[in-house]
Design a protein around this ligand. Structure first.
Ligand SMILES: Nc1ncnc2c1ncn2[C@@H]1O[C@H](COP(=O)(O)OP(=O)(O)OP(=O)(O)O)[C@@H](O)[C@H]1O
Length: 170
């Protein structure tokens, strides 16, 4: 089972993913991988951080500024992604009931190790819930089931996706 969630920026992909992760943990399932959240300073978005779902480890994925590897106005800290995010996915592949990756997008695919571990997940039988930046929809849509989140359907889709996962994990 592979579930991909796409949708416009800010529609609630991370929120839905976190709610599902929390619910699964409450039910006793082992959840691994990571989510990505905005970093805000003085009300402005200045970057993104990743938070692992098994150990709650946090690291900066990207921050406004200049550097070698950039996406838009953000410098991407590949080493942080590799050390924290990729390792979390590897642990999840080993012993979680489901791998969660939020998100598959431009920043993350700057990392070769991230690309490789995503391939590994896709080529395995491990259940996957991933959020998908709209530019990556075509690359992944045939690898699983794709849901497009909107403000109108997000509460209904939470239930639907959760039930789908529970039916698979049982
Ligand atoms: N179901 C919901 N009910 C109420 N508020 C929500 C809901 N889902 C998301 N939000 C709010 O909308 C905002 C954006 O949510 P979130 O970060 O989950 O979106 P996203 O799609 O992951 O964004 P991005 O494209 O930046 O990754 C947050 O402030 C969040 O609290």
């Amino acid at each position: 089972m592979r579930i991909f969630i796409t949708g416009m920026p800010g529609v609630g992909k991370t929120t839905l993913t976190l709610k599902i992760a929390e619910k699964l943990k409450d039910l006793g399932y082992k959840v691994g991988g990571f989510v990505t959240k905005e970093v805000r300073e003085d009300g402005r978005r200045v970057g993104f951080k990743i938070i692992t779902l098994d150990t709650n480890e946090e690291t900066i994925l990207a921050y406004v500024g200049d550097g070698k590897i950039k996406v838009g106005k953000y410098v991407v800290f590949i080493e942080n992604l590799d050390k924290v995010g990729v390792e979390a996915i590897k642990r999840a592949l080993e012993d979680a009931d489901i791998v969660i990756i939020d998100e598959l997008g431009a920043m993350e695919f700057k990392s070769k190790k991230f690309s490789e571990v995503v391939d590994e997940v896709i080529n395995s039988n491990k259940p996957l819930l991933a959020t998908l930046h709209r530019n990556w929809v075509n690359k992944f849509k045939d690898k699983g089931e794709l849901y497009t989140l909107t403000i109108e359907n997000r509460d209904k889709l939470f239930e639907e996706i959760l039930n789908k996962i529970l039916a698979e994990l049982k």
